[in-house]
Design a protein around this ligand. Structure first.
Ligand SMILES: NC(=O)c1ccc[n+]([C@@H]2O[C@H](COP(=O)([O-])OP(=O)(O)OC[C@H]3O[C@@H](n4cnc5c(N)ncnc54)[C@H](O)[C@@H]3O)[C@@H](O)[C@H]2O)c1
Length: 275
């Protein structure tokens, strides 16, 4: 293990799925890329929005880190598999896979069609299997590797906003990580999920618009702040720090579990969103 925390991922190859942000600013995937690169990893930023992935790689490079960007749609299983297979072959190793894509549809569940459900399920769950399967081909021969999933507090609690397909598939993602962890533990590979609480990312202004009644975006953000015991939502950097820790040898004996990063939210009983 490196003694210097800034160097603890030096020489590692990290592939991040959903490495951009759906709106300008720092999303969780972008923060993870920047944080892993600051610790010395070479980061491969993958996103279905190439421009967003390139923006992430540029931000990493701007800080003196090492990154590249490519386009991949996790809903295209063959393309996802091919992308990870090719990356592992070209770079000679693959140490860290972080699956960060998360799709959802908020609102009453009667409005979620079977097609919506399949798309959300494919993005939040099937892609974990496809990406991990391809990554494990590179990890197993080396007897090392880390797979981390960005999950959500919605996987374990009702957040106050109806989000059935998202919540169900994120819950399945937690169990995916646990079950795969046990399967690959004898091969020296660790798998965990991060249960992210309410996080202040550019996404919430897009995906949650309209989910908080007729409140403005600023009021929605203020309401989410009030929901959290600390009085404010988490930041993407809070999740990125957890991701970097789990990816490092400092977490060498941590596998098959969820790291809850929610500012104490899941320790509370239900609070009115609009109080
Ligand atoms: N923001 C929150 O409050 C919060 C809370 C808990 C968990 N999360 C989870 O954290 C993760 C990141 O959230 P964020 O808020 O930064 O959102 P975000 O939507 O900005 O980030 C997700 C990224 O995935 C990319 N993406 C979307 N569909 C894709 C596809 N088919 N193929 C490849 N890439 C695709 C998007 O372009 C985007 O760059 C998600 O899994 C989300 O569910 C977010």
């Amino acid at each position: 293990m490196s003694a210097d925390i800034n160097e603890d991922l030096k020489g590692r190859i990290a592939v991040i799925l959903g490495a951009g942000s759906i709106a300008p600013g720092i999303g969780i995937g972008r923060a993870i890329c920047m944080t892993l690169a600051r610790r010395g990893a070479h980061v491969v930023a993958l996103d279905n929005n190439l421009e967003a992935a390139e923006e992430t790689a540029a931000q990493v490079a701007g800080e003196g880190g090492s990154a590249e960007a490519s386009c991949v749609d996790v809903l295209d299983a063959q393309a996802l598999k091919d992308q990870i297979t090719t990356l592992g072959e070209r770079l000679g190793r693959l140490d860290i896979l972080h699956c960060n894509v998360g799709l959802g549809k908020s609102g009453p569940s009667e409005n979620t069609t079977a097609e919506d459900w399949r798309r959300i399920s494919d993005a939040n769950l099937t892609s974990l299997h496809v990406a991990s399967q391809a990554a494990l081909v590179h990890m197993k021969p080396r007897g090392a590797g880390v797979i981390t999933v960005t999950s959500s507090i919605a996987a374990i609690r009702h957040t106050g906003v109806p989000h059935l397909a998202y919540a169900s598939t994120k819950a399945a993602a937690n169990q995916f990580a646990r079950a795969l962890a046990v399967e690959v533990a004898p091969r020296g590979i660790r798998v965990n999920s991060i249960v992210a609480g309410l996080i202040d990312t550019p996404r919430i202004g897009v995906t949650l618009a309209g989910s908080y009644g007729d409140r403005s975006e600023a009021e929605m953000r203020a309401s989410r702040d009030r929901q959290c015991p600390m009085g404010h939502m988490g930041s993407p950097w809070d999740i990125a720090e957890a991701a970097a820790f789990l990816a490092s040898d400092r977490a060498a004996y941590i596998t098959g579990t969820e790291l809850v990063v929610d500012g104490g939210l899941s320790a509370t009983i239900r609070q009115a969103v609009d109080e």
